[in-house]
Design a protein around this ligand. Structure first.
Ligand code: C2E
Ligand code: MG
Ligand code: MG
Ligand code: MG
Length: 288
């Protein structure tokens, strides 16, 4: 009987593997047409300076509505796009769309764009960034590229060369998801980062998990020591916000401030005066 069960488990496993492989192939195939079929769009999430209460910019986040499957999470399709090199075209589309959008804002806010390792290692990347800035008219200082450490470990020298060139354009660079993956303190010193983004998984546990609180404090101390501003991602509650304020964290991003949304819903922030009471209103509408 144990043997039969084992065999059934194996068959079940095999069938599931088959389904996963088919799913992957479907995504890989359909992604190639996603731009042409107008299935991609960007949502934006505000980044707030908690020392002075102002909005400093927005992170652009990619969304894909598949005609049959509905919304597919970037956590699912970005890794597939990276393996199939579709990320090169998609990444260029994201960068161009985000810069074009930010160039229309009357407030000189930052726009942060996620860049994958595959894009960074592409020899055309830096000239592409430069060309997009020229085409859209967005000043380089208003663009920030968010790069994860995983992107840097594959080829240290090449990554360093690319990031240095990007810096000479005047574009900012943030280390995304700090604390996860291949975190190495020497990366912070070696690469020309302008900002550290602490991963939301640490931030969301600060009030329930002593270790997370210790880690967040340590990263904030590291940022202070290195002269790098630290942004805490994934802030969902007022208790987390209070902790970060007490620890003198400079910037936050998360559902507590606002969920990522169509940029039109942030018009009062991107155009005209940036007032803190507008942000308060937004956080009052957040989902519980
Ligand atoms: P990320 O760059 O670390 O982006 C932050 C993620 O956390 C976003 O998920 C955002 O919607 C989510 N988030 C923000 N605030 C909160 C919060 O308070 N609580 C919780 N639970 N989550 C929050 P999203 O949009 O699903 O994106 C997931 C990841 O996909 C991103 O992580 C980024 O690594 C990748 N990604 C998204 N757009 C792009 C893109 O245009 N290019 C590349 N290369 N990667 C992208
Ligand atoms: Mg990011
Ligand atoms: Mg992140
Ligand atoms: Mg992430």
């Amino acid at each position: 009987r144990a043997k039969a069960e084992g065999r059934n488990t194996y068959r079940f496993f095999e069938a599931r593997m088959g389904a996963e492989v088919r799913e992957r192939r479907m995504i890989e195939h359909d992604l190639r047409h996603a731009i042409a079929r107008d299935e991609l769009r960007l949502v934006f999430q505000p980044q707030k300076d908690i020392q002075n209460g102002t909005i400093i910019g927005f992170e652009a986040l990619l969304r894909w509505r598949h005609p049959l499957r509905g919304e597919i999470s970037p956590d699912v399709f970005i890794p597939i796009a990276e393996e199939s090199d579709a990320i090169i075209d998609i990444g260029a589309w994201v960068l161009r769309t985000a810069c074009r959008e930010a160039a229309t804002w009357t407030k000189p806010l930052m726009v942060a764009v996620n860049v994958s390792a595959v894009q960074l290692y592409n020899t055309n990347f830096v000239s592409e960034v430069h060309q997009i800035l020229l085409d859209t008219g967005l000043p380089a200082r208003r663009l920030e590229l968010e790069i994860t450490e995983t992107a840097l470990v594959r080829d240290f020298n090449r990554a360093l060369a690319a990031l240095r060139l990007i810096k000479t354009l005047g574009v900012h660079i943030a280390m995304d998801d700090f604390g996860t993956g291949y975190s190495s303190l020497s990366n912070l010193r070696a690469f020309p980062f302008d900002k550290i983004k602490i991963d939301g998984s640490f931030v969301r546990a600060v009030n329930s998990n002593g270790q997370s609180a210790t880690i967040v404090r340590a990263v904030l101390g590291l940022g202070r020591g290195l002269g790098l501003p630290v942004l805490a991602e994934g802030v969902e509650t007022s208790a987390e916000m209070q902790f970060l304020r007490d620890e003198e964290c400079k910037e936050v991003q998360g559902y507590f401030v606002a969920r990522p949304a169509d940029i039109a819903s942030f018009r009062s922030l991107t155009h005209g005066d940036v007032r803190d009471d507008v942000v308060q209103d937004l956080s009052a509408t957040r989902a519980q």
